[in-house]
Design a protein around this ligand. Sequence first.
Ligand SMILES: *Cc1c(COP(=O)(O)O)cnc(C)c1O
Length: 362
Amino acid sequence: MNNKVYFTPGPSELYPTVPQHMQEAMAQKIGTISHRSKQFQEIYAGAESGLRKLLQLPDEYEVFFVASATEVWERAIQNNVQRESFHLVNGSFSKRFYETAKELGREAQLHEVPFGQGFDVESINVPETAELVALIQNETSSGACLPVEDINRFREKASDDALIYVDAVSSLPYPAFDYTLVDSVYFSVQKCFGLPAGLGVWLVNDRCMAKARALQESGLSIGSYHTLPTLLEKALVSQTVETPNVLNIYLLGKVLEDMNRKGVATIRQETEAKAAQIYTFLEQSTVFSPAVENPKHRSKTTIVANTSIPASEVNSHLAKYDLQVGSGYGKYKDSQIRIANFPAHSMEQVERLLEKLRELEN
Ligand SMILES: *Cc1c(COP(=O)(O)O)cnc(C)c1O
């Protein structure tokens, strides 16, 4: 039996109702049903409407289920960029999207700031020729975030036809986006939705759809089975092109029912209250300190701290109490810790974590 509470930034602690939904899924043999059955269509439609409700998604948006956020990077470039994309880069995940565009033969431009920093949006010029502007709401590797009010300023910075993409993989449903000012938002379920990995969700508006059709009609390849037009054709009948991760779509639908019962406003308030506790602790600590200097750019959902005790030793201490945090990313493996603050983590669990981290101070 594993009783550990995982504050790792993804995969992370499962949403508390997942075990019971998993049992019900087994009892109903959800892993066996056909993805062309009426039962699957109802599961699909339930997950989609749950998401639309939780995120208050406007009608001009489509909801597509894909394999992962990594897949979205590739599909976004194939479907929405003929020549040039523009990327804000401040860590490993935002860098990866930029590299994907280059690997697919596009001219990718970037505005890069050092690891751990946020962006001074005022000073950023978006090239007139950029067809896709890649923003990262929450850079999981460094704990730097891009506030929604800053995201909202890119519509006027970019050319009228540019599509604004937002990576919200490790923050949704926390950020309250104005979906009319962006064109696509995407995430994976193993972060804030507290589910096992293996499902990505790609939200796109009619402008992304139109661009994909235009590229296709011009004779360009926009990929094969997961082009936007093919995804839409199937989504309209609550199905997917391929045999999908039916179990995870089922679990997502169930967790969304639970989250909607709680209400997104409550989830957001709880996220802020827990983040405030964690940052207050970090600021007063003699061992830890917030890694992101500017408070405005500090993530509420993946909180990164510098540590004077190696992260591996921090986790050895926490292991005695069935707790685990994430180590630092890449070369910061031992000099930083990352604390996930997702809807699955209760205030009680956060308080217990901070109590045990406090024991490391002498
Ligand atoms: C985890 C993560 C991804 C990649 O998600 P996968 O599900 O592994 O494809 C992309 N962007 C950010 C910000 C992430 O945290």
